[in-house]
Design a protein around this ligand. Structure first.
Ligand code: ATP
Ligand code: MG
Length: 427
């Protein structure tokens, strides 16, 4: 870790913004997550700036400014093809709802601005023009020790904004840091404030946690502090063995947030309330369907002896999802059964099937509905679908039957048999 930041560590466009502020009698600091990540030697995603200039002043100083969050003092400055969030220094402000400060109060002291930030590692600022680092809460020491520590008195800070406890758990995973004991101890007593946090904000933190190398670190913190019980009681109440298996599945799953969510929820797949929970936490229809599909078809214990069984399974799952289901099956087998033998075998069978272009839907048959209608002189109606389903069944049983002639012959026979049985029924 580098504890000494130099101006050359900061990208040129960011320095230019700070220089422009300086030429206009103001100061600009690199602050928050980007500075933290830079100090950790990690690539910083987006560069956020703090300034002692008021938002109206920032808007006058720079030619291209978008008032993205002007009510909170934030504007986006466009510079050399990128957008930079520039936020005016803010003081504490009172929190009466546990969500947002009641009003925004601008200040001129960077240290006052840093004091309202959540964790010491997020409360460091650097002015590249003056080459001055501000670290009033010993965030550098905590970065070095890989510790998440609240700025100031943890219980008070967590009661101001209920999201902070969840951010602490999330950072435990994304940074692979530990919570300072006093900070962790303040979580349980402040959970009533966490309970008022909106579902959207909770969802965003979960999605960020799923991007970590090992999201389990966040969910372990959440479970032992009571955050998880406040968000999803049934998940928090799993016994220790099941919960550990679910966490193993999350870490093994690919870094796709929805696949990881499905892995976490795997032990609850039979629970009636699962989809309601997904809806409450604002998962989109496509995401809910994807979770349901993964949980329904993961089939870690499925073992198919006959190729026809594999084809029927594949037909039910649907061709576009086969690769994802097969991979997910291996993950849950490893985590919950401790063996991937069956799942690897099924994955191999499904891979083979995909390369063979065996029809899995009636539309993929060698005989289309239009030809079938004209050859058998059928009128449009349900019989057409019945015949095509019958043909698909026959082809799934034996793909060699998938030729136009063979299917036509079998469709004719089936049609005649059905007509005959209808005639007998009428008599
Ligand atoms: P990342 O972007 O990697 O998720 P970050 O620390 O940059 O992490 P942001 O949500 O982008 O997180 O916030 C930027 C900065 O704003 C933080 O570093 C922190 O200083 C401050 N901050 C964000 N959310 C809060 C909060 N709920 N309470 C207090 N300060 C906060
Ligand atoms: Mg950020």
């Amino acid at each position: 870790m580098c504890t000494r930041i130099r101006p050359e560590d900061i990208p040129a466009p960011v320095i230019e913004l700070c220089q422009t502020l300086a030429r206009n009698g103001h100061r600009g600091w690199v602050v928050g997550g980007c500075l933290r990540d830079l100090l950790r030697g990690q690539p910083a995603a987006d560069w956020d700036l703090a300034t002692d200039a008021r938002p109206e002043r920032v808007a006058k100083i720079f030619p291209r400014v978008i008032p993205t969050g002007i009510q909170h003092g934030t504007v986006t400055v466009r510079h050399r093809g990128e957008g930079y969030e520039v936020t005016t220094l803010r003081g504490e402000g009172a929190y009466s709802d546990g969500r947002r400060p009641d009003h925004v109060e601008y200040v001129s002291d960077i240290r006052e601005d840093l004091s309202r930030r959540d964790f010491t590692i997020n409360a460091i600022a650097y002015d590249p023009v003056a080459d001055a680092l501000e670290d009033p809460f010993e965030g550098l020491r905590d970065l070095e020790a890989r510790t998440i520590r609240a700025v100031g008195e943890p219980a008070r800070r967590f009661s101001e904004d209920g999201l902070r406890v969840l951010r602490a758990a999330r950072f435990a995973a994304t940074l692979e840091f530990e919570l300072d004991p006093a900070t962790e101890a303040a979580i349980a007593p402040t959970l009533p404030t966490f309970q008022r946090v909106s579902a959207e904000r909770v969802r965003e933190e979960w999605l960020k946690a799923f991007k970590a190398r090992a999201p389990s670190r966040a969910f372990e913190v959440m479970r032992r502090t009571g955050i998880l019980a406040a968000t999803y009681a049934e998940l928090a109440e799993l016994d220790d063995v099941r919960f550990a298996q679910a966490l193993k599945a999350v870490d093994l799953a690919p870094r796709d947030p929805i696949v990881r969510l499905a892995a976490l929820l795997y032990p609850l797949r039979q629970e009636a309330g699962l989809d309601d929970w997904l809806q409450r936490y604002r998962y989109a229809n496509a995401e809910r369907e994807r979770v349901a599909r993964l949980l329904r078809w993961a089939a870690p214990e499925a073992s198919f002896e006959h190729a026809a069984e594999v084809r029927r399974f594949a037909r039910q799952v649907g061709r576009p999802w086969l690769a994802e289901i097969a991979a997910f099956g291996i993950v849950v087998s490893e985590a919950f059964l401790g063996s991937t033998v069956q799942a690897e075998r099924l994955a191999g069978q499904l891979r083979e099937l995909v390369t063979q272009d065996t029809p899995l839907t009636t539309r993929e048959l060698a005989l289309d509905g239009r030809t079938l209608m004209s050859e058998l002189a059928l009128k449009p109606g349900p019989i057409l679908g019945v015949l095509l389903d019958h043909l698909l069944e026959l082809v799934l049983e034996d793909p060699a039957r998938n030729t136009r002639e063979s299917l036509l012959e079998r469709a004719r026979a089936e049609y005649d048999a059905r007509r005959l049985s209808m005639d007998t029924a009428k008599e």
